[in-house]
Ligand binder design. Structure first.
Ligand code: SF4
Ligand code: SF4
Length: 111
């Protein structure tokens, strides 16, 4: 399954400079897209994610997010750890992101 493959790729050291986390889910504001100089922020339906291969690590998106959903991977709250894989899944397409997000939300609902 692709979601599992992406998660394993991250665990083996996939680079992921900035990550969009849980507060973005269901937020319709898309201010981050407007300021990203390389257009690497991708809407996937319920949230937006950052393409890890294209992000240049500039941090411009961080201050414009009204819900503080964007953080460097080095400052990721532990509860947001699954969002590294959720963001990284965009290398396999939007469907792969949503597979990862569904897995995460299902696990969260039963935790
Ligand atoms: S850190 Fe910069 S390049 Fe990366 S997503 Fe944010 S605005 Fe775009
Ligand atoms: S600005 Fe923040 S809440 Fe809005 S789409 Fe971007 S990451 Fe999500």
């Amino acid at each position: 399954m692709r979601a599992t493959a992406v998660r394993l790729a991250w665990l083996s050291g996939l680079a992921m400079p900035y990550v969009i986390g849980d507060p973005c889910i269901g937020t319709t504001d898309q201010s981050c897209i407007d300021v990203c100089p390389v257009d690497c922020i991708v809407p996937v339906g319920r949230m937006l994610v950052i393409h890890p291969d294209d992000c240049i690590d500039c941090g411009a998106c961080v201050p414009v997010c009204p819900v503080e959903a964007i953080v460097p991977d080095t400052e990721l709250p532990p509860a947001w750890a699954p969002f590294v894989a959720i963001n990284a899944a965009v290398v396999d397409g939007i469907e792969a992101v949503n597979e990862c997000l569904d897995l995460h939300l299902a696990h969260s609902d039963t935790a």
